[in-house]
Design a binder for this molecule. Structure first.
Ligand code: RP5
Length: 175
């Protein structure tokens, strides 16, 4: 099943990857994870699950993740970004955290909130912003590809296209 639209907080449908974010204002960043998963045909859903405004929904989401067959959860949040760590506390499904740029501290607060998990409950933490969201999705795909040779081939082809694009880069100087 592939979903391109946000799903209802009560949906218990099977899905491979869950994308959650603390606010619709995170979408501008988190859409880059969606773009990558869509390109690779990975079944996903995307939802707003705010840790401080929807704590009970967050608990339900984390608790239901394994029985929905989730292989990974990409969680993005900004500011005092509890969501990735709290979701990781609620399930052993791997959580990939994306720090969203914040209004006042440019996302450095988000990064430190997500990356500084105490020992025992990990969140794989990515770069602040667009690159982090895209790389979180690519890392999820790399993990899924360890048991899917077709996906591995498509990921390698994606990398090869990047290599060719870099080789073709020109600079505005001669000599
Ligand atoms: C966090 O607060 C969200 O993840 C978002 O990055 C930030 C601001 O949320 P809004 O005030 O834009 O809804 O919970």
């Amino acid at each position: 099943m592939s979903s391109h639209a946000p799903t209802s907080p009560s949906s218990l449908a099977p899905v491979t990857v869950g994308i959650v974010m603390g606010s619709s204002s995170d979408w501008e960043v988190m859409q880059h994870a969606v773009t990558i998963l869509t390109e690779f045909g990975i079944p996903f859903e995307a939802r707003v699950v705010s840790a401080h405004r929807m704590p009970l929904d967050m608990v339900e989401y984390g608790a239901q993740a394994p029985r929905r067959g989730m292989r990974a959860i990409i969680a993005g949040a900004g500011g005092a970004a509890h969501l990735p760590g709290m979701v990781a506390a609620l399930t052993s499904v791997p959580v990939f955290g994306v720090p969203v740029p914040s209004r006042y501290l440019r996302g450095e607060d988000s990064l430190l909130s997500i990356v500084q998990m105490p020992k025992g409950v990990p969140v794989a933490t990515f770069a602040i912003g667009e690159a982090g969201a895209a790389n979180a999705a690519l890392h999820v795909i790399a993990n899924l590809a360890t048991t899917d040779s077709d996906l591995r081939a498509r990921l390698d082809a994606f990398r090869a296209r990047q290599t060719e694009a870099a080789r073709a880069m020109a600079l505005p100087i001669t000599g």
